[in-house]
Design a binder for this molecule. Structure first.
Ligand SMILES: Cc1ncc(COP(=O)(O)O)c(C=O)c1O
Length: 282
């Protein structure tokens, strides 16, 4: 396996970063998770845009132009000879001194890892998964906006541990006010009374690229799509619920906090959108 690290492709064993890197010391950095389907990077432009927007918010200078970094991603994919897989792109503030001041870090570090991924066993994509509501709240956008896909995932990790303790693969996180935000690494959709609904971006969620893709596919298929404010009752009373993400793709949810969703089986709308998504990635 070849990893891109600050200007060169190195073997996995040599892919090491400094203990002075502020990405490690303070979580000061950004990441993207992308998919490779049939030899192509899915929505590469969109991932680049989100990364550079995050960098702008953090005042973090990426030492490559967007085009150059996209070419580095493609070069790493080619070096690993992967037609299907997963890419983890990391930009950290770089090595500095002890102390949080990013001005003491002269150059950001860039890492590209290309590997395989199977987030859930295949059978769960047809059977669906149970999830729980986490007590850990999603970071409020006025504190730190989750639109910035930063290396600070501790609230998500806290919620993920709650899910695991409850015997579930995922947990849904609420906003500080108690509205539905998103899951620990996925966006959430509700289908009810002919309308596909998803929490609005301003509530404090990551604006997922899979989320945008599904919204587009649904609209093209004539399914009305609404971004709004929803609570747990909206989830419990939904006909269908499903999650989306680059890692998870589209996975149906059949139980939330011990309540059956719809018929308690994967529903036709998530099935249809999953099929449209699979056609797209082919
Ligand atoms: C918190 C969170 N929400 C949603 C998503 C899904 O985003 P995307 O579809 O861009 O992968 C992710 C992906 O990593 C995530 O970390």
């Amino acid at each position: 396996m070849k990893v891109w690290l600050d200007g060169k492709l190195v073997n996995k064993e040599e892919a090491k970063i400094s203990v002075w890197d502020h990405g490690l010391l303070y979580g000061d950095g950004l990441f993207e998770g992308m998919r490779i389907y049939s030899g192509k990077v899915f929505k590469l432009e969109e991932h680049m845009e989100r990364l550079y927007q995050g960098a702008h918010v953090l005042n973090l200078e990426i030492p490559y132009s967007r085009e150059a970094l996209a070419a580095i991603v493609l070069e790493t994919v080619a070096a690993n000879d992967r037609r299907d897989g997963y890419i983890r792109l990391l930009v950290t503030r770089g090595a500095g001194t002890l102390g949080i001041d990013p001005a003491k870090c002269p150059k950001a570090s860039v890492v590209v890892i290309v590997d395989g991924i199977q987030l859930y066993p295949e059978e769960l994509y047809t059977a669906g998964i149970p999830i729980v509501t986490a007590a850990t709240r999603r970071l409020p956008g006025d504190v730190f906006d989750p639109r910035v896909k930063s290396l600070n995932y501790l609230t998500n990790i806290m919620a993920k541990m709650e899910a695991t303790r409850a015997g579930c693969p995922e947990a849904v996180m609420l906003t500080r006010e108690g509205y539905i935000a998103e899951c620990t690494a996925d966006n959430i959709f509700i289908y009810s009374k002919g309308v596909l609904k998803t929490p609005a971006a301003h509530l404090g969620i990551l604006e997922g690229i899979t989320r945008a893709t599904i919204m587009e596919l649904a609209a093209d298929a004539g399914i009305p799509v609404e971004e709004g404010v929803y609570n747990r009752t909206d989830l419990y009373l939904a006909e269908e619920v499903f999650l989306t993400g680059s890692g998870a793709e589209i996975i149906p949810v059949t139980e939330i906090d011990g309540r059956k969703i719809g018929e308690g089986t994967a529903g036709p709308v998530s099935g249809k959108l999953r099929k449209l998504f699979q056609d797209l990635i082919k």
